[in-house]
Design a binder for this molecule. Structure first.
Ligand code: BMA
Length: 864
């Protein structure tokens, strides 16, 4: 096999226009690439990430563009039996001409195309031209032909186009209809090649391993295939170097006793040993015709849906190698509107940030892309579990033949490409399409499935309804996942199953959007909003002020929260009133730019931390896994914007990222305080007693019980009153443990509403061997009612450490929501949104601080 990348390209706007003159070809700066990226580099368009420029570049997506390259072919190459042109990814509708002849018409961004090109190639100079049609206009034409379907987010024509759906604009993303060859293009000369390598490992409950390999080659051959399994250290574990390949397909199998191979575990539960499979196709004369290498690992992954001891419904939990895992993580959207600019290093920075944030699962959301191999390779290395959606998001998708055909090819190719990654533990059919069907009351009866219908290919039954895509989610995709992988298939996210709608909180996964969307509940209600596995929930927060200033592009007059530019950089419907709703209900806040950034960030941190805290409490050991996962919407952004992301486009973590990281530590402590009002007698409304109850619990995600000291100190904000007690407790392995239930210290029973509750802050710490494993401060709420002490009384200090790269925070009185910053160059902080109490100083690492003075924001800092 001789393969070479075609990398020297030029591009033009077909028919000429704002981009290029007609027939004017411009050299591309890199390859693969896309038109926007090239025009930006040539300063032919303004940066769509700044101001309102998004709307100055819409013409690009509605124009047709061509890319061309010239390459020479040698005698020796033409001598080969086969010459293929391989297009790894064309975005999206391209007519491909080779030496003037059309050899391909692409129509799906998510698939690769291989064209047998030998007959079209010439000795010497050859020319390859990719003519891209505007996907937006093409999509509108297809919609006109096949009918309009309902879409939430973006133009409805997107439903007919197999292209990253977020390009059409989303409630966190701009309309940027990319166009171009977004993945490599190569020329392959060969006699015979390895078409497919299907390596599967079946691991029994007792952890024996059965490894099988299926190798498909393009030509029947008298040669052999060699299959070698190597351990992480490179030593050979098993091999068969002469598997006959006569029928064009070779198979091999190996059995391993339990313990013979090192198993792969998610981060926090063990190591991630990665083995390598090396396959060679060897001709009869011993010449190696082709090779393929695959990095694999061995793990037993199950999605367990079983009865709970004392609650209705079923669990929805992930079990790896017989260990049940509470999945704390995030939803991932494409990391950039311009995907060709995302490097493997950037992927690693993002995924490492998740692991540094104590997260162990990432959901690749259905409105983006099947991410490149590098993404999953890094998840395999880091032990980050992957929930992989198929690329359908928030819509009533069609299922006519050409669409179905394209989806089949797409699903087969991506399942085959992704199936060997130990990190991938579930495929989900779509994002929220069943929810759309429920909301629009489409033809969807979850109970219309009979055992008989389950295995009949009753295509027509589905296609004649107004929710035809059910056929894709309930037949096409599960069949493909079952045939080509051993990964669990889930019909959609969310999906309950068992005849129940997606909003059922006792079955399957749940998108809990009644905080922010829906009934706009207070975040304090997360406990009664819990599900068996909450795969989406969120709260918006402004990004770092530096990111805001990036999109303001220096326009000082627009540097206020309500400005048109800030509005354009928040795409969420009704965000103004939702942000204000949660701010006005909870915080005395001000409206100037930096303060609005601070208050929305603290609000986001409070909201998200309490979700993880309350839902981890529901992970109560075997048979009581009431909530087995929490994946926040969203970890990242695809451009500079205010959204639900906890880390912004420039990889600047928001305070919420740190608050969530604290709640996902191996050991945590949580508390709630609730007022209980009891009336003297049923006739009286005036005679009552309000008791304030405090509950404390701990969590332990390790697989061993942990002895710790629980230390609880209560402070009254407006006096020096304190109460402190401690006790030895055992945090049960891989579970939450209830530790205390009783009256809130220092708060007498109240008998009148004008008896104001005392401002009692309760700080709980888990200590072992002198180390603070976890701490959490519980404050009276809402915060807006609190009269905060003056700065003098507070005595809050931020002392820069001798190393100049750390800050020691200390105080005389409890402080809420400390956010550190520094003027000038940025600092990589180890923590933010810190709650501090007296006699418990906290040290924050500050990489890049270089001894500079830090600034602090906190509730009651006088800015509101
Ligand atoms: C869910 C997600 C996204 C959306 C988010 C916030 O619907 O699946 O589609 O961005 O909520 O509204």
């Amino acid at each position: 096999m001789r393969a070479r990348l075609l990398q020297e390209w030029s591009f033009t706007q077909i028919g000429g226009g704002e981009g290029t003159n007609d027939g004017e070809w411009l050299q591309t700066s890199e390859f693969p690439t896309s038109v926007h990226v090239e025009l930006l580099k040539l300063k032919k368009i303004p940066d769509p990430f700044v101001g309102l420029h998004e709307w100055d570049v819409q013409w690009v997506g509605e124009s047709d563009w061509a890319f061309k390259t010239a390459f020479t072919v040698t005698e020796e190459e033409l001598h080969c039996s086969h010459a293929d042109l391989v297009f790894d990814g064309l975005d999206t509708f391209a007519k491909v001409d080779l030496n003037g002849l059309t050899i391909l018409e692409s129509s799906n961004q998510f698939v690769s195309y291989r064209v047998a090109a030998k007959e079209f190639l010439k000795l010497g100079a050859n020319e390859l031209v990719l003519n891209f049609e505007s996907a937006f206009l093409k999509g509108r034409d297809i919609e006109k032909k096949h009918g309009r379907f309902a879409a939430f987010n973006g133009d409805s024509s997107r439903l007919h186009v197999r292209k990253a759906q977020y390009n059409y604009g989303w409630d966190w993303g701009p309309v940027l209809m990319t166009i171009g060859p977004w993945k490599p293009i190569s020329l392959e000369f060969y006699e015979n090649r390895i078409v497919e390598l299907d390596v599967r490992s079946d691991i029994s409950e007792s952890l024996e391993v059965k490894l099988t390999g299926g190798i498909t080659i393009s030509e029947k051959s008298s040669g052999v295939v060699s299959f070698v399994l190597k351990a992480p250290d490179g030593s050979v574990v098993a091999s068969n170097t002469s598997i006959p390949a006569g029928r064009g397909h070779a198979t091999v199998a190996f059995d391993f006793a339990a313990g013979q191979l090192d198993l792969w575990y998610p981060v926090g539960y063990g190591r991630q040993p990665l083995y390598t499979v090396e396959v060679e196709l060897v001709a009869e004369n011993g010449q190696v015709l082709d090779t393929k290498t695959l990095r694999i690992a061995f793990r037993r992954a199950r999605v367990v849906q079983e009865k709970l001891i004392d609650q209705e419904g079923l669990t929805f939990l992930f079990e790896i190698n017989n260990v049940r895992i509470f999945c704390g993580g995030s939803n991932w959207i494409p990391a950039d509107s311009f995907l060709t600019t995302v490097t493997p290093e950037r992927y690693r920075a993002w995924l490492q940030l998740m692991v540094d944030g104590n997260q162990n699962m990432v959901r690749v959301w259905g409105g983006g892309i099947y991410e490149p191999d590098a993404f999953y390779d890094i998840c395999d290395e880091l032990g980050l579990l992957v929930w992989q959606d198929f690329m359908f998001g928030c819509g009533q998708y069609p299922a006519y033949d050409s669409f179905l055909e394209s989806v089949k090819v797409e699903a087969e190719e991506n399942v085959k490409r992704l199936r060997h990654h130990p990190s991938i533990v579930i495929f989900a059919g779509n994002n929220e399409d069943y929810q759309v069907a429920e909301l629009l009351e489409l033809d969807l009866n979850y109970n219309d499935e009979t055992a008989e219908s389950a295995d009949t290919d009753d295509k027509s039954r589905y296609l004649k309804t107004n929710f035809p895509a059910r056929y894709i989610y309930e037949r096409t995709l599960p069949d493909i996942v079952k045939k080509y992988s051993d990964i669990y298939y889930h019909r959609g996210s969310p999906y309950s199953g068992h005849g129940k709608p997606t909003t059922d909180r006792t079955l399957g996964d749940l998108h809990q959007w009644n905080v922010w969307h829906g009934s706009q509940e207070p975040w304090h209600n997360w406990d009664i909003l819990a599900g068996r596995f909450v795969s989406e929930f969120g709260m918006e927060g402004y990004p770092n002020i530096r990111t805001v200033d990036y999109w303001l592009g220096g326009n000082k007059s627009e540097r206020f929260p309500q400005s048109r530019m800030n509005n354009n950089h928040n795409k969420a419907d009704g965000f103004e009133r939702r942000l204000e709703l949660y701010l006005v209900e909870n915080f005395k806040h001000s409206f100037e730019m930096e303060s609005y950034v601070y208050y929305t960030q603290v609000m986001q941190a409070e909201t998200l931390a309490s979700a993880y805290r309350l839902w981890r409490r529901n992970w109560r050991g075997k048979g009581r896994e009431y909530t087995a996962g929490a994946l926040v919407w969203q970890i990242n952004d695809c451009w500079p914007v205010t959204s639900w992301a906890i880390v912004d486009y420039f990889l600047r973590p928001k305070p919420a990222y740190f608050a969530v990281a604290r709640e996902l530590r191996p050991f945590t402590v949580g508390m709630t305080r609730k007022e209980h009002k009891t009336f003297a007698d049923e006739r009286s409304a005036a005679k009552f007693a309000i008791e304030t109850k405090l509950e404390i619990w701990g969590t332990n995600s390790t697989v061993a019980d942990k002895k710790v000291t629980l230390e609880v100190t209560s402070f009254e904000l407006h006096s020096d009153w304190r109460d402190k007690w401690a006790k030895e407790v055992v945090l049960v392995q891989n579970s939450s443990t209830e530790l205390f239930k009783g009256d809130l210290p220092g708060q007498p029973v109240r008998t009148k509403l004008s008896d104001l509750p005392k401002v009692i802050i309760v700080s709980a710490r888990l200590i072992a061997d002198g180390e603070v494993l976890a701490r959490y401060s519980n404050w009276p709420e809402p915060f807006k009612f609190i009269q905060f002490p003056s700065t003098e009384e507070l005595g809050l200090k931020a002392t820069v450490g001798a190393d100049g790269e750390s800050v020691i925070l200390s105080t005389n009185k409890p402080v809420k929501g400390i956010v550190l910053d520094v003027d000038g160059d940025e600092v990589k902080w180890s923590d933010q949104a810190i709650d501090l109490v007296p006699d418990d100083p906290q040290t924050v690492r500050a990489v890049g601080l270089k001894g500079r003075e830090v600034t602090l924001r906190y509730l009651g800092d006088g800015n509101a």
